[in-house]
Design a protein around this ligand. Sequence first.
Ligand code: HEC
Ligand code: HEC
Length: 209
Amino acid sequence: MTVPQRVSPFVLATLLCAVLGLVVVTSAQEDDRASVGPAQARRAATLIVARCAVCHTTDLISQQRLPEDRWIATVEKMVHWGADLTKEDMALVLHYLTARNHPGAPDHMPTIEQELAMSQGSPEQSAAADGPLTGVPARGAGLFAHNCQACHGEGAAGGVGPRLAHNMILKNEGAFWETVLHGRGPMPAWGAVLSHQDIADIHAWLATR
Ligand code: HEC
Ligand code: HEC
């Protein structure tokens, strides 16, 4: 490329910086997209099913193709309207949605529920990881309020999800763990969000209801 003499070195330097700046920004964005690891993606998808699908389907979310600033505005609006996310959870959900549902993403993608189902480990794997755990009811109360109450109602009396207080499933620990770890139907899987101790604590609290 020949440079006309009239262009001052200052203008050239500015142009060069702008071009380099663009390159840096683009590769930073790509790093960002690439850096949603499988475990993070699983946790983010679980949070969306558990905390966002309380009000509308995840398809409403999955259909969007938005740049990062619009995702930030949307998720902030949803949290303002009542989506129950801590600051860290919000950052993770934003990271996941910005990487997954950006303007260049394909028209057809698996639903968030399908992605979650594909990424779950087998029940045998998690059963093997289960040690005998002693649940702490006092801890379970808070964990329930934060994670389960929106669907299972205050005091586990029932809501969108069935009544869990005095539910027979509490006596069938195998079925309880299977349902909570891996989800069932509209019930999200919790294996990527809650520790086994958390689930044991919730179980212990439910048993006191
Ligand atoms: C307290 C209820 C509630 C929760 C929780 C909620 N939303 Fe929404 N959301 C709405 C309502 C109401 C609308 C607008 C009405 C409609 O289009 O159905 C909406 C619309 C949307 C839209 C469509 C675009 C727009 O701005 O209208 C997106 C995307 C969205 N929500 C994402 C999310 C995400 C992501 C979460 C979880 C972090 C979430 N929502 C949690 C109530 C909620
Ligand atoms: C987004 C809503 C939602 C959230 C949040 C939710 N659940 Fe559920 N849950 C459901 C629905 C709906 C069902 C019924 C599933 C079915 O019809 O197969 C269910 C079923 C269950 C069952 C089986 C009950 C039975 O009678 O077989 C258990 C146990 C359970 N949930 C525990 C939990 C726990 C523990 C949490 C919190 C860590 C939780 N759920 C959070 C919606 C939810």
